[in-house]
Design a protein around this ligand. Structure first.
Ligand code: GLU
Length: 378
């Protein structure tokens, strides 16, 4: 059986989602600093073990409501948005104060659903997260509750966390709340409910078990149903999901109960499938025979192998890659925009700087961002 600690040990890139009920101390109506310190210590330890960790932290609305008092209670989206505005700064302040002693810089990223569904913004957010991770910072995500409207919001951070996991190619999504996993029925109502430690695939039978559990927890927005929706998104992106109780300390260090949901594919395969299948291309790169062979052999597309380029693509946009006969070889994400590519068609690495006017690498489409057509023979 997989334990929480073993799942964490095996992971390289972790998205840690922490629910509101773990962040807000109901006794004081403030951030539960002792618990947050525990999370910070876990994050620091995982980072020292060579893992990359990003956090999705709830709590803005709950903290803001408590700060603003009665005025922020009651129905209405604007009240919730006002509460989020007042609570988000407090939330980040708390994260800074627990991460600073570990020498970790907390960096706030507020997303809306649009940001994860519009490709350009998605790529941009992805690049920002990579830059932050390279600089050793800890990105702390939340939904941008103050600007989202009912139609365009996630509404729960479980799914937001799954989208973040997909965006950054995480291999483990940890959903921490006050429930220790999936049960055959709601354990609060049904004493016969049994705990499920491992889910190999998210069948309709498994999803049917998620009715009601945690639904009336009161503080956060997500229940078990949203956790399984999140797990489904993560699984399709090659990411495992761990659902665990975040209350015991140290965080996930022992063999406590949890549910691990296996990924349906690998991160790499899911990413390549996304590039190969679901994107409309914005340009076309024609490559010579040597380059075509190199691509089929798993290499990157270099400027020197280009015969021509057309289209109006930006940096990060999907492009179609064809050989001299016009046959489609691959699709990939361009590392240069169309204007830059036009200057470096067929240019050798040593001459790139003078062609571009600045120092740039020879890679036009990196092998990692390239999905070969099935028919392309090596
Ligand atoms: N974004 C909300 C907040 O920070 C939380 C949503 C959730 O609980 O899933 O308050």
């Amino acid at each position: 059986m997989t334990t929480a600690a073993a799942a964490v040990a095996a992971a390289h890139r972790i998205v840690l989602k922490i629910g509101s009920s773990l962040i807000v101390d109901p006794a004081t109506d403030a951030v539960d600093m002792a618990r947050l310190e525990g999370f910070a210590a876990a994050i620091a330890a995982w980072r020292s073990a060579g893992k990359q960790v990003v956090v999705v932290s709830s709590g803005a609305v709950a903290l803001g409501r408590r700060r603003l008092g009665e005025r922020a209670r009651g129905p209405g989206l604007e009240r919730r948005q006002a509460a989020a505005a007042a609570g988000q700064s407090r939330l980040m302040h708390a994260w800074e104060s627990v991460l600073d002693p570990h020498g970790v810089v907390a960096a706030q990223i507020l997303l809306t659903r649009d940001d994860t569904e519009t490709r350009r913004r998605w790529l941009n957010a992805r690049a920002t997260v990579s830059a932050l991770l390279e600089m050793g910072a800890a990105p702390i995500f939340n939904e941008n509750d103050t600007v989202v409207t009912e139609e365009i919001k996630y509404g729960d951070n479980d799914r937001l966390a799954a989208r973040v996991a997909q965006m950054i190619g995480a291999d483990l999504l940890i959903l921490l709340s006050d429930v220790d996993g999936l049960y055959t029925a709601d354990p609060r109502r049904d004493p016969a409910a049994t705990h499920i430690p491992f889910v190999g695939s998210l069948t309709p039978d498994i999803e049917a078990m998620a009715t009601g559990a945690n639904a009336e927890a009161g503080v956060g927005a997500g229940g078990m149903a949203t956790k399984l929706m999140a797990a489904r998104i993560a699984a399709a992106a090659g990411c495992a999901t761990l659902i665990a109780d975040g209350r015991p300390t140290p965080v996930l260090a022992d063999d406590r109960r949890c549910t691990l949901i296996a990924p349906a594919t690998t991160v790499k395969a899911a990413y390549k499938q996304w590039i190969g299948g679901s994107l409309a291309t914005r340009g076309r790169l024609v490559v010579d025979a040597g380059c075509a062979r190199a691509l089929a052999g798993g290499k990157s597309l270099l400027a020197v192998g280009l015969i021509s380029a057309d289209g109006d693509f930006g940096k990060g946009d999907p492009v179609e890659i064809v050989d001299g006969t016009g046959a489609q070889i691959a699709r990939g994400l361009a590392r240069y925009d169309a204007g830059e590519v036009s200057k470096i068609v067929g240019v050798r690495s040593g001459d790139l700087e003078s062609a571009l006017g600045y120092a740039g690498g020879p890679v036009v489409v990196h092998a990692d961002d390239l999905a070969l057509r099935e028919t392309a023979a090596p």
